[in-house]
Design a protein around this ligand. Structure first.
Ligand SMILES: Nc1ncnc2c1ncn2[C@@H]1O[C@H](COP(=O)(O)OP(=O)(O)O)[C@@H](O)[C@H]1O
Ligand SMILES: [Mg+2]
Length: 300
């Protein structure tokens, strides 16, 4: 079994306590992942082992590349360099056919929900089962209705995505992500557009899933109380880098200025108002310590 190597540059103060028996097994190993779009480098040399059977929450200012990162894990984007290992397969190196097989292990809820507009909620939810399994219609019905019940959408099966609210679309996407009972679940801002009560239900659901399926989950959210409630591990993306990654408790007691500011939602600190625009050039601060990032007030 693979041990997780916590080889993270600025995050090493947090992770250094994890050694020997404390080191979790990895479900996905990301190595030196770098991605640019045109002249803009979005992710730079990201190395991260995503712990198996645990919930990892990914935080970071808008536009830092959280969604781009998730898309690399399922091969929807190819890195300029670096590797993404799921078991013994390096996702960027796979053929379409191999990729198809690897994707069966994932349940994914993307930020935009991505339901098929012309299919009703039932057919949207049933889609992965019809696509990837040989289950009978009645078996499919049982699974679909169970998942729709889980997300509170029984009664809405016949509705088209255009006829339901944003929150309901999220939950339909969630049901669809779960029908194959995946080993690995990726949620990209599952709680955006949900009211606080729905968000709490969603968090309970996530914790139930971890318990019932033992799935590895990676959740992108901006909702710090959710991170506090569900995370086992928290990673923070900031200016192309994974600036910190470690057990939740360590992150919430971290002295790192970026981590502290983000978790507290403070306006004063290294994170500015329009982060992706006013970040200094790549080479300036990509060194050993995040504290090298100049501290300044957010609004000027
Ligand atoms: N397919 C793409 N082509 C070009 N630029 C992209 C593409 N996808 C994302 N980007 C850019 O990459 C950056 C990170 O985007 P994203 O991962 O969506 O951020 P977030 O952290 O908010 O999820 C943004 O500047 C976005 O405009
Ligand atoms: Mg995003």
């Amino acid at each position: 079994m693979d041990a997780v190597g916590w080889r993270l540059r600025p995050a090493k103060r947090i992770d250094s306590r994890l050694s020997g028996g404390d080191v979790p097994e990895a479900a996905i190993r990301v190595k030196h992942l770098t991605k640019s779009f045109g002249p803009q480098t979005i992710l730079e040399d990201i190395t991260m082992d995503i712990p198996k059977g645990a919930i990892t929450v990914v935080l970071g200012p808008s536009g830092t590349g959280k969604s781009v990162f998730l898309k690399h894990l399922v091969g929807l984007l190819k890195p300029d360099s670096g590797e993404v290992w799921v078991g013994d397969q390096n996702v960027p190196a796979l053929s379409e056919k191999e990729l198809y097989a690897v994707r069966k292990r994932f349940g994914v809820l993307f930020q935009d929900g991505a339901l098929f507009g012309s299919m009703d909620i039932y057919d949207n939810t049933a889609f992965p089962l019809r696509e990837h399994t040989r289950k009978s219609d009645s078996e499919i019905r049982q699974i679909v209705m169970e998942k729709l019940d889980l997300v509170g959408l029984v009664g809405a099966e016949k509705k088209l995505p255009g006829e339901i609210s944003g929150g309901m679309k999220k939950r339909a996407g969630l049901a669809r992500a779960l029908v194959l009972e995946p080993e690995i679940i990726l949620f990209d801002e599952p709680d955006s557009g949900l009211d606080p009560v729905r968000t709490s239900f969603l968090n309970e659901l996530v914790l139930d899933l971890k318990q019932q399926l033992g799935s590895t989950m990676m959740i992108v959210t901006h909702h710090i109380p959710s991170a506090r409630q569900v995370a086992d591990y928290i990673g923070l993306l900031f200016r192309r880098n994974l600036v910190s990654f470690g057990p939740k408790e360590d992150m919430f007691t971290s002295k790192d200025p970026v981590v502290k500011q983000f978790l507290a939602g403070d306006t004063v600190g290294p994170i500015g108002m329009s982060e992706e625009k006013d970040a200094p050039a790549a080479d300036d601060e990509d060194t050993e310590e995040t504290s090298e990032i100049v501290v300044r007030a957010a609004s000027g």
